[in-house]
Design a protein around this ligand. Structure first.
Ligand SMILES: *Cc1c(COP(=O)(O)O)cnc(C)c1O
Length: 415
């Protein structure tokens, strides 16, 4: 893809798209929620299915001409069922947030109570932040990670559940480096008669590959995103057992969406198909071993990791113990100038503003897609360690930029 056809229509946008490709090629995306899809997924996403209205579900649409939309959606569903061993999958949500919205709509009434992890501790806006619809429509109670260990305190979660009697408990997080013990969340939900939504947005691919335990068959509902650790293009999915299938389907359409973005459903089908290949399991395993190598080496640089390490694809660095005068934003900006793109992040017990928090979050899904192995991840950790020590030193930043150029040359991405 050279954007030649876009160029004929709008050279400015063609230039910008080309610049974005160059940016991705020539920098290291370590934003834990990002990845790089295949050219095949991108081609499917730019297909004529973008033109097609397919409100409804395969075999029961509100419009004519849906035979190929049906085929694509049926394949996406079939692949997803196989990947996650799910009874029922809805592949239409436009995003992970809308997948969550659909689950709430399926089983909650306005004013019902959601019990979820505090955003500062790794939760997600759609789990009930006041700025999000979920925080405005529902009552929200929160649990936290243990401030000493950085792990979810399941006993405390259980006690909180007994105290606040939620209608739904949400597990699954945006900035949690440890394996989630879904069974223990389920036990708390069972004890108080609440539903359990496991939002595996970040770890959708790790769960599919069997590298992280699965909540499917444990939680009532499982939501995921299709563009983070699985490379199926932007979007969301909902999984549940047959008992809740109709409620979920009606909550996605017509409850929260109109026509599905069928071109993205095609992208999901292609990406899920790729993930069924044996190579995907190796990819997911390497994503985790790379994150461990990254985290170990960051600790050798004296940096403090929330929970002391990682079980998944991301690490969360708390800068306060080692660099009390350096903020997450300082590091994010200096690293971006050096070609390493990650994000400043709040940490448990945050003492600063979310706009300039005390931590950084770094993930390996994107690097692993480029072919990085543990040695290359250790080298990246060295670069991060050096920049954290001297974020204002232009010589350090520029030397880092040169080494990032060498790495991106050695591990090419899009041509
Ligand atoms: C990323 C994420 C989502 C979904 O985000 P969208 O940007 O709406 O696709 C949902 N839940 C969690 C925990 C996430 O990290």
């Amino acid at each position: 893809m050279n954007y030649e056809t876009v160029r004929d229509t709008n050279p400015t946008i063609a230039d910008t798209l080309q610049e974005e490709r160059t940016r991705q090629n020539e920098s290291l995306s370590m934003i834990a929620s990002e990845n790089h899809v295949s050219e095949a997924v991108m081609e499917a996403q730019s297909s004529e299915l973008t033109n097609k209205y397919a409100e409804g579900y395969p075999g029961a649409r509100y419009y004519g001409g849906c035979e190929f939309a049906d085929e694509v959606e049926e394949l996406a569903i079939e692949y997803a069922k196989e990947l996650w061993d799910a009874d029922h999958v809805n592949v239409q949500p436009h995003s992970g947030s809308q997948a969550n919205m659909s689950v709430y709509l399926a089983v909650l009434e306005p004013g019902d109570t959601i019990l979820s992890l505090d955003l500062n501790h790794g939760g997600h806006l759609s789990h009930g932040h006041p700025a999000n619809f979920a925080g405005q429509i529902y009552d929200v109670e929160q649990y936290e990670v243990n401030p000493e260990t950085g792990y979810i305190d399941y006993d405390e979660l259980h006690e909180t559940a007994e105290h606040v009697e939620p209608d739904i408990i949400v597990s699954g997080y945006s900035a949690y480096p440890r394996e989630v013990e879904f069974e223990r969340v389920q036990a708390a939900a069972d004890a108080v008669g609440a539903y359990h939504l496991a939002d595996i947005a970040h770890i959708t691919g790790l769960v599919a590959a069997g590298v992280h335990r699965s909540p499917v068959g444990i939680a009532d509902f499982v939501t995921g995103s299709t563009h983070k650790t699985i490379r199926a293009g932007r979007g969301g999915i909902v999984m549940c057992d047959e008992e809740h299938a109709d409620a979920v389907d009606s909550a996605v359409f017509p409850g929260t969406q109109g026509g599905p973005a069928m071109h993205n459903v095609a992208g999901k089908a292609v990406g899920f198909g790729e993930a069924l290949e044996p190579a995907f399991e190796a990819y997911a395993e390497r994503t985790v071993s790379n994150a461990k190598a990254l985290g170990d080496r960051l600790q050798e640089h004296g940096l403090s990791l929330v929970s002391g390490g990682t079980d998944n694809h991301l690490v969360l660095v708390d800068l306060r113990p080692s660099h009390p005068n350096t903020t997450g934003k300082d590091v994010e900006e200096a690293l971006e100038a050096a070609g390493i793109v990650l994000n400043a992040n709040t940490v448990p017990g945050e003492t600063r503003s979310p706009f300039d928090p005390s931590g950084i979050r770094a993930g390996t899904p994107g690097l692993t897609t480029r072919g990085f192995e543990e040695d290359a991840c250790r080298e990246v950790a060295d670069l991060i360690g050096e920049v954290v020590d001297a974020p204002d030193d232009e010589a350090v930043v520029s030397a880092t930029r040169d080494r990032v150029d060498d790495l991106t040359d050695s591990y090419p991405l899009y041509t």
